[in-house]
Design a protein around this ligand. Structure first.
Ligand code: NAD
Length: 319
């Protein structure tokens, strides 16, 4: 049996077992473990929904073109959706597709009763107006939370589908702290995908939120006062140890591929926006890259799909 409250509201849910907590002496916030535990919980939820209603949520992913990174993301989303017991619908469209043909696919998915969530993999080719496509998705199926209606509901306190990456960050923070009331948080980055929804979520949690960005004056001084520092910039390791207040919690959203000659000629590696090794000496807890925020994003996408299904289909089931 499951409690919808746990997955559809943003409650402080303790997901690390006592053993996992004890072994976290370095206070590395392990998004991989957290996401795995979350997916297991979601799998149980889907199974309970199937028993109760005879149906399971469905997620449609639309991929335009053959960007290799996007293909990997879409494949992983499909695999994890099915592993969780949900239905996965993949729509692969040619990179030459015209806007109106892509919109037709979205209209069909909006009408399809078996589809609870629609995700259009970004980036889209130049001939397509991405915002127009995102705003064509039925807000009730907008599991990425990018539709202007969901963005508006998030900032005004309504029932929104919330962008996956910031919601993943919030779940990690709530797991670590429990209550976030009064925390001084600095979010670096003001994008619609990460920075702004992150700030909106934290305001809802009664944090004091500062958003820093490329035009901010004296970024170091701004960061230095944060109890919680969230970097979503896309610049490799620009946040060094001296930006971090002793004992702060640091979430690194950035994913940057840089050359790694130490691994061999032409090799590369992923790093975050935070210089991990020196930041670790200052921080009380920190997410690594890779293995921190990244793995949370798909798990939260699955969670959002279940949330969308429950709302759309009136599947309310409380203990
Ligand atoms: P974006 O380019 O849309 O926004 C970057 C933000 O950083 C901007 O608001 C800009 O003002 C700010 N910025 C740029 N240079 C700066 C500087 N020198 N000092 C302070 N602020 C600066 O990027 P985005 O989509 O928000 O993504 C940010 C990073 O997060 C990227 O590395 C991206 O790959 C990563 N990301 C990761 C996930 C995940 O699943 N982990 C999801 C989304 C994005």
């Amino acid at each position: 049996r499951f409690c919808l409250k746990n997955i559809c509201s943003i409650q402080p849910i303790l997901r690390f077992s006592k053993t996992e907590r004890r072994t976290q002496v370095t206070k590395i916030l392990d998004g991989k473990v957290f996401a795995k535990n979350l997916r297991e919980e979601l799998t149980q939820t889907v199974s309970a929904l199937q028993k109760e209603y005879g149906e399971v949520p469905g997620l449609a992913v639309v991929l335009v073109g053959n960007n290799p990174a996007s293909e990997v993301y879409v494949r992983n989303k499909g695999i994890q959706t099915k592993e969780c017991g949900m239905r996965s619908f993949e729509h692969k469209l040619p990179s030459t597709i015209q806007q109106e043909d892509l919109l037709k696919v979205i209209y069909q998915l909006n009408e399809d009763p078996e589809v609870d969530g629609i995700l259009v993999q970004l980036p889209l080719p130049d001939q397509i107006d991405a915002q127009k496509v995102l705003d064509t998705i039925d807000p009730a199926k907008d599991v990425d939370g990018f539709h202007i209606i969901n963005a508006g509901r998030l900032t005004t306190g309504g029932e929104a589908l919330v962008p996956c990456t910031p919601l993943g960050c919030l779940l990690l923070l709530k797991d670590h702290f429990g209550d976030l009331t009064g925390k001084d948080v600095v979010v670096i980055g003001r994008s619609n995908i990460v920075g702004k929804p992150m700030a909106a979520l934290l305001i809802r949690e009664s944090c004091t939120v500062t958003i820093a960005h490329s035009k901010s004056q004296d970024l170091k001084a701004i960061c230095k006062r944060a109890d919680i520092l969230i970097a979503a910039v896309g610049r490799p390791e620009i946040i060094t140890g001296d930006f971090i207040k002793k004992g702060a919690v640091v979430l690194d959203v950035g994913i940057n591929r840089i050359p790694a000659p130490e691994k061999g000629e032409g090799k590369t590696k992923l790093v975050g926006d935070v210089a991990f090794e020196e930041a670790k000496l200052q921080a009380e807890a920190i997410t690594p890259v890779p293995g921190g925020i990244g793995p949370m994003t798909i798990a939260v996408l699955l969670r959002n799909t279940i949330e969308a299904a429950c709302r759309r289909r009136n599947w309310v089931y409380n203990l």
